[in-house]
Design a protein around this ligand. Structure first.
Ligand SMILES: Cc1cc2nc3c(=O)[nH]c(=O)nc-3n(C[C@H](O)[C@H](O)[C@H](O)COP(=O)(O)OP(=O)(O)OC[C@H]3O[C@@H](n4cnc5c(N)ncnc54)[C@H](O)[C@@H]3O)c2cc1C
Length: 540
């Protein structure tokens, strides 16, 4: 994603990844709406939405004792096709250009890679690892090594970004640890997880329930969640290992047996891949920057994947850092611009990992009673209670516009505050606001376009009142600062009310940098602050 953000701006990028290619295991399975909006900005949201589940496949979240046994609860969600239709009629919390898409990360990575490869200034090198680096103050000298044969090379770059995952060599080389909770113990989602990627062509025939995207089991023997990967036969089954289960000793036959415990019946299954990972982490790196070196993604924060936030928070890191690095490399950003990356992203990482932890507690601390699967009145009562619990839980974990859209950069030195207070942060509620520091409010225009589609790729000045002062001063200031500013006129009472201002300055990452009437400020001072060139401008 960062290669895409930088490459789209003509910045030379060398990406090394020690893996031979993009991920084979599905890994994360939820692309949140905000991430989809970023893909839309880059022009490939439709390509992503076409991947994974078939267009008419429901993206329900459903809970079972075991998949072929009792269904306990279900949160119905639209198919990919319906999602693109429905979003045009949603308002309030879900006023957005895109709804979430339930697609495995392995498919998204292929699209991100293809687009990055098509950019002339980007060169991708899979099968190469970073083995050392020195930040000399003027540049970073990195040593890389080809995994296959140990061939070594050096790269001199202006900046280095460690998006190198949970065991980040870059983070460790910088001397930063993670802070937070290293290991929560829970009945589920708190311990060693075993990720089984498998093919089970008979699954939909055997399971007597409606299709779902997310299948969760609840019993006292084999708890698991499983994402439908292609809607036909492939699944990503994640189960928590019990005491004494050694992943090294689990054969494909053993993995198939685990899956069968989740299904509650014997079923044909071809095991494609097995991995372990740790659930129960709520960790954020002590620092996200040192000199010319930055951290992003799992290297900067580690989640328990309840709520599906790890990969999505990583995407937002890349979006935030991308335009800032490009602005500085073009000689336009001030000294505060790159420092604002940590100031903005570290609090969001703490916020998002905290939300994920709460979702994991809600899911994983609720344990099954022994009679849950019994065909008795006591069993039926236990299932009813569990169903009520999961019906509530599902809506809290999976209807999260507040988490998705509500991350804010209040207090950032490059946000020009207008002194207003944003609405309270809440996971399941998002109140659109143009209070500077948050995602710019969305609306659909009368001609059917998303407001976001009218924005420039870099800076946008929204003129929401025809009587707002002439934009010439903004245009001139932007030009003097070397910034690409698009001026967009949206003259509707709805838009003016939504933004509660005549003018709003939108950053390249679609965050409101400033709003006002335009009469009270010097555009040059506002723009300068927004690119870290001077200290906060005084605002009424
Ligand atoms: C098996 C598995 C299942 C998961 N399931 C879920 C899920 O269900 N839901 C969810 O939200 N999240 C899940 N995650 C987490 C999610 O995949 C991550 O949050 C996301 O991938 C973060 O992206 P990243 O680019 O920061 O890190 P990664 O995807 O880990 O990518 C880091 C990359 O850095 C490379 N690398 C590491 N060291 C070096 C080096 N020295 N030199 C060169 N390259 C290096 C690695 O090869 C890797 O490709 C899962 C992860 C795994 C592994």
């Amino acid at each position: 994603m960062l290669a895409n953000e930088l490459g789209r701006r003509g910045i030379r990028v060398v990406l090394v990844d020690q893996k031979p290619s993009t991920a084979f295991n599905p890994q994360a399975n939820a692309t949140q709406a905000r991430t989809m909006e970023h893909y839309r900005r880059l022009g490939f949201a439709d390509e992503v939405r076409a991947q994974g589940l078939p267009p008419d496949y429901p993206t329900d979240i459903a809970y079972f004792t075991r998949y072929a046994k009792y269904e306990l609860a279900r949160f119905q969600q639209p198919s990919p096709k319906r999602a693109t239709e429905e979003i045009r009629n949603l308002s309030g919390s879900w006023s957005a250009a895109e709804l979430p898409h339930r697609v495995s990360q392995k498919f998204v990575e292929i699209i991100l890679r293809r687009h990055a490869e098509s950019l002339p200034s980007v060169s991708l090198h899979y099968g190469w690892r970073l083995t050392g680096f020195v930040d000399s103050g003027d540049s970073v000298d990195a040593e890389i090594e080809r995994v296959e044969d140990g061939l070594r090379a050096r790269v001199r770059a202006s900046y280095l970004v460690g998006g190198d995952g949970p065991h980040s060599f870059v983070r460790q080389h910088l001397g930063f640890g993670y802070t937070g909770e290293a290991q929560a113990a829970r009945d589920f989602m708190g311990g060693r997880m075993f990720a089984i990627y498998l093919r089970a062509p008979d699954f939909y025939r055997l399971v007597p329930h409606d299709k779902a995207w997310m299948y969760v089991t609840f019993n006292s023997d084999r708890r698991a969640y499983m994402a439908a990967v292609d809607g036909k036969q492939e699944f990503a089954f994640h189960t928590q290992l019990r005491m004494g289960e050694d992943p090294e000793q689990i054969t494909h036959a053993g993995a198939k047996a685990m899956f069968e415990r989740g299904v509650g019946a014997s079923i044909d299954a071809e095991i494609l891949d097995c991995r372990t990972w740790i659930a129960g982490r709520t960790l954020v790196a002590e620092r996200l920057q040192k000199g010319r070196v930055f951290l992003g993604g799992d290297a900067a924060h580690l989640f328990t994947p309840a709520g599906g936030l790890g990969y999505n928070t990583a995407i937002d890191d890349a979006v935030n850092l991308g335009w800032k690095l490009a602005t500085v490399l073009r000689g336009r950003g001030g000294p505060g611009l790159l420092e604002s990356y940590e100031a903005e992203r570290q609090p969001v990482a703490r916020r998002n990992t905290g939300y994920a932890r709460k979702f994991a507690d809600s899911l994983g601390l609720f344990a099954a009673v022994p009679e849950l699967e019994d065909d008795t009145p006591a069993g039926a009562a236990a299932r009813l209670r569990a169903g009520e619990y999961f019906n509530r839980h599902a809506r809290e974990e999976f209807n999260i516009p507040g988490v998705t859209f509500g991350g804010r950069y209040d207090g950032s030195p490059i946000i020009v505050s207008d002194g207003t207070v944003p609405p309270p942060d809440a996971p399941n509620l998002y109140v659109p606001t143009a209070c500077p520091g948050g995602r710019t409010p969305h609306l659909w225009l009368k001609d059917g376009r998303s407001l976001y589609d009218t924005f420039g790729f870099e800076w946008t000045l929204l003129r929401l009142d025809p009587r707002a002062p002439n934009a010439e001063g903004w245009r001139r200031s932007a030009s003097e600062l070397g910034l690409d500013l698009t001026i967009v006129d949206v003259h509707s009472a709805e838009a003016r009310d939504l933004y509660a201002a005549d003018l709003a300055l939108i950053r390249p990452d679609q965050v409101v940098a400033w709003r006002g009437s335009g009469r009270e400020v010097d555009p040059s001072a506002v723009l300068s602050q927004a690119i870290g060139k001077n200290s906060p401008s005084s605002q009424a």
